[in-house]
Design a protein around this ligand. Structure first.
Ligand SMILES: C[S@@+](CC[C@H](N)C(=O)[O-])C[C@H]1O[C@@H](n2cnc3c(N)ncnc32)[C@H](O)[C@@H]1O
Length: 265
């Protein structure tokens, strides 16, 4: 089941079967007034929070018992959103996405905010999580530096360490090769980590606010299925084009693999 559909997330989510989804990656408008070609991010605070609760109430039952949810938000609203979610799910992490913003001026009446907040929640304690898929290998120098006898033979030294809850990944600049024509596109590296850790191979990922299609891209690359909803028709075209390109890229890489294994290149 691979779906890319232009639809309001509330209607799209309501159309899904309960307990059918392995992972939800939700990157909704943050309530900060961004222009997504509509007024979806221009709600007053109370209305915004009521809307967040409304789609979350619909979405949570769609998860399998092994399912989980990552939700992107901002420090301005994460307290209210997390308090709500903790009543319905198990909170596993608050992940800080450090956008690696360079130090140039910034706020002078408070500290400059350079991170997004990501909530990681599970539907039940039986949630799927594969740490080996997302371990970060040590380089040879670090391995050598850990050569004291107490470290020798440690599995984590060989297979890599597990990512911590601060993820330092640069935001996408205009000139970045990955960049599509969308104002708040998320880096593929972040979405791939979520999918590899929290969705089994062949499982289904729901992205109710798909934007430029980063989740779709990551699912194709990593052999997961996807259900992507997006309200803006122009963004839906971007997602479909992107999906086509990534599929072609993947097929040509598989072709190359086929040649390689035969000729031994
Ligand atoms: C923060 S962006 C998502 C960016 C995406 N993660 C990416 O990497 O490109 C939020 C998206 O939600 C869409 N959106 C806003 N309200 C919506 C609604 N009610 N239903 C579906 N999509 C909506 C916006 O058009 C926007 O593209």
């Amino acid at each position: 089941m691979d779906v890319i559909k232009q639809i309001d997330a509330l209607d799209g989510i309501a159309s899904l079967r309960d307990c059918s989804i392995d992972l939800i990656i939700a990157d909704p408008p943050y309530g900060l007034g961004k222009d997504y070609g509509n007024d979806s991010d221009k709600k007053p605070a109370d209305e915004f929070l009521a809307w967040m609760e409304a789609w979350l109430r619909l979405a949570i039952p769609k998860l399998k018992d092994t399912g989980s949810l990552y939700i992107f938000t901002t420090w301005r609203y994460s307290p209210e959103i997390f308090v709500f979610l903790k009543k319905h799910m198990f909170m596993l992490n608050e992940i800080v996405w450090d956008r690696k913003v360079p130090s140039m001026g910034g706020s002078t009446r408070k500290f400059s905010s350079v991170h997004d907040t990501i909530g990681f929640f599970a539907k039940t304690q039986k949630y799927f999580f594969d740490i080996d898929e997302v371990r970060i290998p040590y380089d040879e120098e670090t391995k050598k530096a850990r050569s004291r006898s107490i470290f020798v033979g440690k599995k984590w030294l060989e297979v890599g360490y597990n990512p911590k809850d601060v993820w330092s990944v640069s935001r996408l600049h205009r000139i970045h090769g990955e960049r599509e024509d969308h104002p708040t596109q998320k880096p593929l590296e972040i979405i791939e980590r979520m999918i590899k850790a929290s969705c089994p191979k062949g499982g289904i990922v729901l992205d109710p606010f798909a934007g430029s299609g980063t989740t779709v891209d990551a699912c194709i690359r990593n052999d997961r299925r996807y259900v992507a909803f997006e309200i803006n028709e122009a963004y839906v075209s971007i997602i479909k084009n992107r999906a086509g390109r990534i599929r072609e890229l993947k097929e040509s890489m598989l072709d190359f693999e086929g040649i390689r294994s035969h000729s031994g290149v």
